[in-house]
Design a protein around this ligand. Structure first.
Ligand SMILES: *Cc1c(COP(=O)(O)O)cnc(C)c1O
Length: 397
């Protein structure tokens, strides 16, 4: 059996997205800035796509700026939020310890430029506390950037409450919603969001296209200098085929949101229940505070990388943490932020599902993972050492 369970790293392009993209690659080849009929055709398609993306977020079309990826949207929003703050003498930013590196590394760059950043803890459940955010806001706080849904452990942050606090205090609020848009209902008005990042390839559009939502009253400046595209704020000829595919994929996700959420959550819950039966395993992040698709576990006494390789041989594509940090031997900053000791954080497994997965696949995963964990433990000196201090859970009787 082959199971793709790494949808938080990227998703397969859906038929809906492909059907929107192929005609655009073939026929809609005009440059939307051109005045002739081919240009107008592309421009109308672009306008429709912008309106479709806006509609899914409860935003206005002029509040949507297409970008090259989610990372670009994060960089743009945070850099601009900081610049606007600095103009008013405000150089304090609030974030948290489990953000994606697109956010963390942008914040580190700003720290080198003299900004001060407060990183809120996420506690054992993987969730920030609104009270702690309130207490952290100062006279000179210019920006709060807290993700909507975490890419490694799937926890949802209390975005609506965070937005309300920021609005009340007059602080700009950005959220990296790359793992949320297309997966859970996102409403920028009800959630009091000023800026939001999204990325197409996390909801079945192709890679290399994203968007920044920026509330119309906020005067962000250019991030990329160039032509008059995106109302002059993001130069570069628009990637029409990818943008049309993203709009179609998002419209499709939003139209089937409730049924997809129900289906994916049911598979997630079965996985959490089944993997929880493995001795000395821990589910990372509170199971009742999670977005539908992401399951993260640590298994004591084994290495996550060995587990991944064996699962790959069994036809299961999974991840040990975020795709962006795999390849490094450091344990994930997200698991460490939950208070997980280094040696346990090394034995992590992330399975991320989408609506194209099936219960049969979940059952196959639940048949394979316990076996592989057991085999790896029997080969592991760390596990042998652990057995000196505890009964062997694999010994009968
Ligand atoms: C994938 C991801 C990003 C980066 O998006 P790209 O389009 O790959 O640049 C940012 N934040 C989160 C939470 C993500 O999961």
């Amino acid at each position: 059996m082959f199971v793709y369970a790494d949808n938080a790293a990227t998703t397969a392009v859906s038929k809906t997205a492909l059907d929107a993209m192929l005609p655009a690659l073939g026929e809609v080849y005009g440059n939307p800035s051109s005045l002739h009929q081919k240009g107008r055709e592309a421009n109308y398609a672009l306008m429709d796509a912008r309106a479709a993306v806006a509609k899914c977020l409860n935003a206005e079309p002029r509040e949507i700026y297409f970008t090259g990826c989610g990372t670009e949207a994060d960089n743009w929003a945070i850099t601009e939020g900081a610049r606007m703050g600095a103009e008013k003498g405000k150089k304090h930013i609030i974030s948290d310890t489990i953000e994606h590196h697109a956010v963390l590394h942008t914040l580190q760059k700003l720290e080198k430029q003299g900004f001060e950043v407060t990183y809120l803890p996420v506690h054992e459940d993987g969730v920030v506390r609104v009270e702690e955010l309130k207490a952290a806001i100062r006279e000179d706080t210019c920006l709060v950037t807290i993700m909507y849904s975490n890419n490694e452990i799937g926890t949802l942050q209390p975005v609506r409450e965070i937005g309300a606090v920021c609005r009340e205090k007059g602080v700009l609020f950005h959220t990296d919603a790359v793992q949320a848009v297309g997966h859970v209902p996102v409403d920028v008005v009800a959630d009091h969001i000023d800026m939001l990042s999204l990325s197409g390839h996390k909801f079945h559009a192709p890679k290399g296209v994203g968007a920044l939502y920026c509330k119309k009253s906020i005067r962000i400046k250019n991030f990329i200098e160039g032509g008059a595209q995106e109302r002059g704020k993001r130069g570069g000829t628009e990637a029409i085929p990818s943008i049309l595919a993203m709009a179609a994929a998002l419209t499709d996700s939003c139209a089937h949101m409730q049924e997809n959420m129900a289906k994916v959550s049911a598979m997630r819950d079965r996985l959490i229940e089944g993997l929880g039966k493995i001795p000395y395993s821990r589910c990372n992040g509170a199971p009742d505070k999670k977005a539908p698709g992401i399951v993260s576990f640590c298994f004591e006494g084994i290495e996550g990388e060995s587990l991944l390789l064996r699962l790959d041989l069994a036809g299961i594509c999974a991840s040990s943490g975020s795709a962006c940090t795999s390849g490094s031997l450091d344990p994930s900053h997200v698991l460490l932020a939950l208070g997980m000791p280094h040696e346990i954080a090394h034995g992590s497994l992330r399975l991320s599902l989408c609506e194209f997965n099936t219960m049969e696949e979940v059952d196959y995963i639940l048949q394979q993972v316990p076996e592989v964990v057991k085999t790896l433990r029997q080969m592991s000196p760390v596990w042998t050492h652990m057995l000196e201090k505890m009964p062997d859970p694999y010994q009968e009787g």
